[in-house]
Ligand binder design. Structure first.
Ligand SMILES: [Zn+2]
Length: 276
């Protein structure tokens, strides 16, 4: 196999952030990684597509826990696997460990990963993958009900993005089928076996998730960013500022204004209408 060493893909710097000096969650340190050439090409194609649709555009940095790692029995040994920790834009950070609060951006990005990689192990797959996506091409991208990882992704999108009542358990049953059919109808896709329209489902879902993320960047998220910034201040400044911000945030008028913005059903309808 032919290899290539890179610390940049499509103009995005690759960093390592799993050391004491550069812990997980930071931008880390620019590092060269060994890739198998065809696998690297797939990553380039994937990132190009993903970030052309992402409302944040191309990130400055992607942190990866490794490409070529000498781990027995793993695709990493062949330079054909990538552990994706997080992405850093000028004014936004997406860490995969933040799935629960950032699932719109997370599932948007994952939808595009899945159009290029047959194996994507994610937050809901198991505890090992709560802080990174493992991606490789040891199987094809086609949907299969027997693939636990693809089933979990499908159920997570149905539940978190499309607001269907679905248990995310990796098992294909009538509940998942019913939810998929309802969503497929809304998206103009064939109902029945998701395998029939999988690539389209991934693309539309990716775009809709990004749209949801974009419309959710509004006040609640911005306010949370301010709280996060305050958390970094020295104690004496932090207390006074947090008190001032709290009196604004928990004022009854602010409360009802924020509540009025959180009509998720309308947000979903608008996102589908914008994309389909
Ligand atoms: Zn991995």
């Amino acid at each position: 196999m032919a290899f290539t060493r890179k610390d940049r893909i499509n103009g995005i710097d690759l960093h390592y952030a799993r050391t004491l000096a550069h812990p997980y969650g930071t931008r880390g340190k620019k590092t060269k990684f060994s890739f198998e050439k065809n696998f690297c090409k797939s990553l380039e194609k994937c990132f190009k597509e993903m970030f052309s649709h992402c409302p944040l555009g191309k990130p400055e940095v992607i942190t990866t826990a490794g490409v070529f790692v000498n781990r027995a029995g793993s695709q990493h040994r062949h330079g054909t696997a990538f552990d994706f920790d997080g992405a850093f834009w000028g004014d936004y950070t997406m860490m995969t460990s933040n799935f629960m609060i950032d699932f719109e951006l997370y599932l948007g990005m994952e939808s595009f990963l899945r159009r290029h990689f047959g194996i994507v192990l994610n937050y809901v797959y198991n505890d090992q993958h709560k802080d990174h996506w493992h991606i490789d091409n040891s199987v094809g991208v086609a949907f299969s009900k027997n693939s636990r990882s693809k089933m979990l992704y499908l159920q997570a999108t149905l539940s978190y993005l499309y607001q269907e009542e679905v248990v995310v358990d990796g098992l294909y049953g009538p509940q998942t089928q019913g939810a998929f059919n309802r969503v497929a109808n809304k998206l103009g896709l064939r109902t029945g076996n998701p395998a029939n329209s999988w690539m389209d489902y991934l693309e539309l879902t990716g775009k809709i998730a990004f749209r949801l993320f974009e419309t959710n960047k509004a006040p609640v998220r911005l306010l949370n960013n301010v709280y996060e910034l305050i958390g970094d201040l020295p104690m004496e400044r932090r207390v006074a500022l947090a008190e001032a911000l709290n009196s604004f945030r928990y004022h009854p008028v602010t409360d009802s204004w924020l509540a009025s913005l959180e009509d998720n059903e309308d947000r979903l309808k608008a996102a589908i209408a914008a994309v389909v």
